[in-house]
Design a protein around this ligand. Structure first.
Ligand code: DHB
Ligand code: FE
Length: 311
């Protein structure tokens, strides 16, 4: 079967009517986007001869995706969030903005409101037998290499089961376990004392994993730690580091790995003096370089609904 109706007047009129292009009311931008996305979908249905069964399977899938609350997970898994990074990287090159720690995706598991500490924060609230101590520290500088004082570095990561507090299906974690925020002093340094995370896996019975299974893809991420770094005179940085040695570093279902974001993990002793649970610990030094505002503005601020809580 090769029915092609997309170019017919009937279908083109239907698309215009559905997006309400004939009216002056409503949001012009929303109408433009709706018309384009719907047109691309209708064209794809024609081109690929998608069957009614396939369309209804897709519609039913969207219902499950919403019921599972996984639309933002799927956005990461299908590379949509990575695509936005690729576009922002290209925008920076076009604007001749170079240097700075590379960005990578935020993911859907940030929670705003972690307590802000000066210089050093201990992130582990709950005991985790299976996770050894980890110190992540570094210096926040500008592209001129000078330390940035009063920068806020936020950090969040999973526990030894790959679960994030607030989103932990076992309900085992306290609010803000393995989440924290530090304000830098004059030397620009920050330090997080925490526990080693392991990689995250999509909920096995959720809509995201269901689609990934159909595509014969896994839904796992290497062990990683998320960061936001903000400072009044710099652009906000959204990034992550991967834990060196994780076998999935170059097989991340969310495509967030970047070569510059796999710092060395160093075995150290002296953890007792730092208040860590063991004397032997691992240390990652991750220096963060922020880029200047663009014509006085931060063009890196992304507005997306985020969970927030009070510590
Ligand atoms: C997803 C989970 C993460 O921990 C992350 O950092 C990015 C994406 C996800 O489930 O889509
Ligand atoms: Fe994550």
């Amino acid at each position: 079967m090769s029915i092609k109706v997309f170019d017919s007047k009937e279908v083109q009129d239907l698309l215009k009517a559905a997006a309400n292009l004939g009216s002056q009311d409503g949001s012009a931008r929303a109408k433009e986007i709706t018309h384009r996305l719907l047109s691309d979908l209708f064209k794809a249905i024609d081109d690929l001869d998608m069957t009614p069964d396939e369309i209804w399977a897709g519609v039913t899938y969207l219902n499950k995706l919403g019921q599972d609350g996984e639309a933002a997970l799927l956005a990461a898994g299908l590379g949509l969030e990575k695509f936005l990074d690729i576009r922002m990287d290209a925008e920076d090159r076009e604007a001749d903005i170079h240097g700075g720690t590379p960005r990578t995706i935020e993911g859907p598991l940030y929670v705003a409101g972690a307590p802000l500490r000066d210089g050093v924060a201990k992130l582990d609230v709950d005991p985790d037998e299976d996770a050894g101590p980890l110190v992540i520290r570094g210096t926040v500088t500008g592209t001129d290499g000078k330390p940035v004082a009063n920068a806020v570095v936020e950090c969040w990561h999973a526990n030894s089961k790959g679960f994030y507090s607030h989103f932990d299906p076992t309900g085992a974690q306290s609010d803000f376990n393995l989440r924290g925020a530090v304000k830098t002093g004059a030397d620009g340094t920050y330090e997080f004392r925490t526990l080693m995370p392991v990689g995250y896996g999509c909920p096995p019975h959720g809509a995201t994993q269901q689609l990934l299974n159909t595509l014969a893809r896994h839904g796992n991420r290497p062990a990683h730690v998320h960061f936001f770094a903000t400072s009044e005179n710099h652009r906000k940085l959204t990034t992550q580091i991967n834990i060196e040695g994780d076998p999935l570093i170059w097989d991340d279902f969310a495509y967030a790995t970047r070569e510059e974001l796999v710092p060395h993990v160093v075995e150290k002793t002296g953890g007792a003096a730092l208040g860590l649970k063991d004397d032997a610990y691992r240390e990652i030094v991750f220096d963060i370089q922020l880029t200047p505002l663009v014509q006085g503005k931060d063009n890196q601020i992304v507005h997306r609904p985020r969970v927030s809580a009070t510590a």
